[in-house]
Design a protein around this ligand. Structure first.
Ligand SMILES: [Zn+2]
Ligand SMILES: [Zn+2]
Length: 441
């Protein structure tokens, strides 16, 4: 169990690390003192950053509940591990390539090697890493050509998992795009999973539940447990298929998970609890049954901390990746090394606090079903998260916009936004807004 007091020591550790970062700067001396230049003077600046080690970061909680955010893999997939370690995560999610582009470069050999090396150095297990699939993929599309394109992108992701030694892969089931029946699309998705199983060896394919009903918005598949259950029934190799439950999506889809029995009974009846391979822990900005997919920081939305206490009191949520897709404050592409360091300590403080709070509230259920967490304790923890958000908000707002001295958000330039997407920055609130229900077409 991590203690929250370790947060301050981690911050100072990171500052020490920052100070110990070697910088070598060569530049021409002042023009007055310098010999008369014959060519144009040039300024070069080299920054050498040491390989980060586990001891540079907060001591990770020793906990059978494995909690951590969806982190950025900007600059190389191996950097995701550093980002996860810097917030004390025992689990994490990543995109394996740009989630909004069909074509991406192959993973570089040195990135793969470094990723594997860091997995070992930082003590992460592949069973606690839950990569997230491309938003473009729709295996339920009745249009053969479009489905084939999706399938190719999907299998490419699975092969990337295998290259990295990862064993789980989460994706959005898809959509009927209004061009066919739900039953037909469910079969098409199962068929794609069966084919993908044949061309891969070890990866377990994990279906994510969605926020919208097919009849309601965009024909999205997977908001009802029965739909996920039906896909799984049609998959041949049941050992390599599972479900990731997103708490925000469940709530938006109408499952009242604020009570202890809010999802488990129906999940077990329609799917089977044994298929639960991961969860996305997100609070919800939108109300129960709203069908709106709006992620909120843990404890600050309609679900509230109590909901997560119940989930983390259940032994069946142990030893699976429990991923935060809550708003991020870590956007850093294009910033200087010093600014990146600041975002890492202060901006990522929200995730660090959410992880620490959830760790401290996990495993509090008793054998008789009683959960030993008082309202006072919950309120105290909620305030810690709120404070972390306040601190981080001074640097950036949750959409990654720079905030100036007067606290007014400056919109990012178009170019900067494009760079961030290309660099595969995950903004943590992947489905914040209406986008989730529109994706997968
Ligand atoms: Zn998702
Ligand atoms: Zn999710």
């Amino acid at each position: 169990m991590s203690s929250l007091s370790s947060l301050s020591s981690s911050d100072s550790d990171e500052e020490d690390q920052s100070r110990s970062t070697k910088r070598r700067r060569t530049q021409e001396t002042d023009e007055e003192n310098a010999p008369k230049p014959t060519k144009k003077t040039r300024r070069t600046r080299t920054v050498e950053v040491h390989e980060r080690k586990p001891e540079d970061f907060v001591v990770r909680a020793s906990n059978t509940w494995k909690i951590g955010p969806h982190v950025s893999a900007a600059g190389g997939i191996e950097n995701a591990i550093i980002n996860a370690a810097s917030v004390g995560a025992n689990a994490f999610a990543i995109f394996l390539k740009s989630q909004r582009k069909w074509d991406s470069n192959a993973l570089k050999d040195e990135s793969i090697a470094k990723f594997k090396e860091r997995m070992k150095t930082f003590g992460y297990s592949s069973t606690h890493i839950l990569p997230h699939g491309s938003y473009l993929v729709n295996l339920g599309n009745p249009d053969r050509e479009k489905r084939d394109k999706s399938y190719e992108c999907f299998v490419d992701d699975l092969k990337r998992c295998e290259q990295l030694g990862l064993s789980l892969y989460n994706f959005h089931p898809g959509s009927t795009v209004g061009a066919g029946t739900l039953e037909k699309s469910l079969s098409l998705i199962a068929d794609c999973i069966n084919r993908a199983h044949e061309v891969t060896k070890n990866v377990t394919i994990v279906l994510e539940n969605m926020a919208c009903f097919p009849a309601g918005s965009g024909n999205v598949i997977g908001s009802r447990f029965s739909e996920l259950g039906e896909i799984i029934r049609q998959v041949d190799d049941k050992r390599r298929v599972g479900v990731c439950l997103d708490t925000c999506h469940m709530y938006a889809a109408g499952y009242d998970i604020t009570s202890r029995q809010g999802w488990q009974f129906e999940f077990d009846r329609e799917i089977g609890i044994g298929y639960l391979r991961g969860m996305h822990l997100n609070d919800s900005k939108a109300a129960l049954g709203s069908k709106k997919d709006r992620h909120e920081t843990i404890g600050l939305g309609h679900l509230g901390l109590r909901t997560f206490v119940h989930i983390l009191a259940d032994p069946r949520t142990r030893d699976i990746p429990l991923i935060l897709e809550t708003p991020a404050y870590d956007v850093q592409t294009g910033s200087s090394a010093a600014a990146r360091q600041r975002f890492a300590t202060e901006g990522m403080g929200v995730w660090r606090t959410e992880v620490a709070v959830l760790n401290s509230l996990s495993g509090r259920g008793k054998d008789d079903g009683f959960v030993d967490v008082s309202e006072e304790e919950l309120e105290e923890r909620r305030k810690e998260i709120e404070e972390a958000v306040r601190t981080a908000s001074k640097l950036r707002d949750a959409k990654g916009k720079k905030v100036d001295e007067g606290g007014k958000a400056k919109p990012k330039s178009k170019r900067k936004r494009a760079v961030e997407e290309d660099d595969n920055i995950h903004n943590g609130d992947e489905e914040d807004g209406d986008s989730c229900c529109e994706s997968g077409h």
